[in-house]
Design a protein around this ligand. Sequence first.
Ligand SMILES: Cc1cc2nc3c(=O)[nH]c(=O)nc-3n(C[C@H](O)[C@H](O)[C@H](O)COP(=O)(O)O)c2cc1C
Length: 212
Amino acid sequence: MYVCVVYYSKSGKTEKVAKYVAERISSLGFNVSTFFIRPSKDYFDRFLHLNPRVIYEILSGRTVEIVGDEGFDSATCGALVIATPVWYGTATPPILSFLSKYSGRCSSPAYVLTTSDLRVDYASKLKELAERKGFNVRGYLSVVSLESDLERVNDFVDRVAADLRSTSLGFSYPRYLRRLPIVTALRRSPRPQHCSRPPGGSQIVACRCYRP
Ligand SMILES: Cc1cc2nc3c(=O)[nH]c(=O)nc-3n(C[C@H](O)[C@H](O)[C@H](O)COP(=O)(O)O)c2cc1C
């Protein structure tokens, strides 16, 4: 299965987590590509907390023009991991813009990650937001840093891999066929899902769904 790891990072923490997650998923036998999504015009580095553009974009919720998704094809992407820093309690404008841009075009299983300074469960909010945009979010994790949360990140990736393995029940369209409109339509059509949350308050929803 082809997994797309999509992230934005300003000072490098999210990038470190996203690249670690990508490498670990790849080491578990999946094809992985990473996409560094960023605004076409980047934010000024200094005093980011007080940057009027950041404050305006967050408060207004307006989308920004993004780059970095040139090779991203929602039709061939079998699963999606989305990682973002938290800015003022929410996902960053580039990632919110990515969600808006691909809203309704990506029904593959998605997993969301946030990095933040505070140990607050921001990722569950991102999960809800992504679901409102039509993403099929199956897991979420809030991270403070890769070092302090290494075990949780490893556990998360292992659960993502297990979830994806149980998702692809035997049949998978070859990659060259996935571009055909009929195959794309079939892959996007709703399939029955039998979802249950595993015991222990895990953040990955264990689903058996019949999507290749
Ligand atoms: C403008 C701005 C707003 C932020 N707001 C929050 C916040 O509401 N809660 C929090 O825990 N961290 C907040 N942070 C800290 C970042 O979420 C945190 O440092 C993040 O991991 C940085 O990721 P990066 O290194 O990939 O850019 C904020 C940082 C910036 C620059």
